[in-house]
Design a protein around this ligand. Sequence first.
Ligand code: NAD
Length: 254
Amino acid sequence: MAGVNGKAVIITGGAGEIAREVAARFLAGGARVLLVDINEDALRAAVAALGGDSVDFCVADVTSEEDTRAYVDKAVARFGRVDVLAANAGVEGAVAPVSEYDTDAFRRVIDINVVGVFLGIKHVFPLMARHGGGSIVITSSVAGVGGLPGLPAYTASKHAVIGLMRSTAKEGGPLNIRVNTINPSPVEGRMIQSLEQGTMPDAPEEVRSALIGTIPLGRYAVPADVANLVLFLASDESRFLTGGVYMVDGGMTA
Ligand SMILES: NC(=O)c1ccc[n+]([C@@H]2O[C@H](COP(=O)([O-])OP(=O)(O)OC[C@H]3O[C@@H](n4cnc5c(N)ncnc54)[C@H](O)[C@@H]3O)[C@@H](O)[C@H]2O)c1
């Protein structure tokens, strides 16, 4: 893909299924990538699978400001700058009715999915401003634009990052820092399997069929569907796009 060659990219949740595909696309386009994740073993495996000198990793908890400074510092030490932040780390949390939802579990989801994104933006903004701009792509969800029953924390968190995106897009405009969200429908992989299982432990395949029934294109997304959009929003080809909510959902929210 044209437009990402030479860019220095940070991807949080970098060991996850979507992030690994996003990283592979960036590397194929000539970008340099720092994968950030709390799971060291999975990070090492991801970097080994991607291969080459243009990818590195940093073990960090996105909810920690100290860890956030450390991963941004590592990107600068390695690449000299940060052009792109894919703020992608996220957890689904438990599936439970709101009256039974554990309060600490709710706070934990907000901490990772919202505070973690805030910290990443906070610490890359000055760097991007110094180097003439950048692109921040936040992974929200279809749960960022509509309610999902049994997922109060996840739904609240994915709405919240749209607000964060809108505020920082307005602040970033004069600095040529673009901020957008991507909003996937279910993506084949671990997270949606966990949600299917959490919703109907005895019949997760029924949840899958029901969800697919709400998607006009008739299937879940695959990580490549999401990666294509991240690359476009990170690239210079989207240079006039900021403050936007970009659905990648097969028409689920149409
Ligand atoms: N999979 C889906 O169906 C789907 C749909 C819409 C949106 N999303 C969003 O896409 C993003 C990526 O999800 P995925 O499907 O690749 O899931 P995943 O579970 O494969 O990847 C998430 C990664 O985030 C990491 N992570 C969790 N807590 C962290 C923390 N505190 N600090 C650093 N890293 C942490 C995990 O270790 C994991 O590697 C998430 O924000 C998710 O909410 C996923």
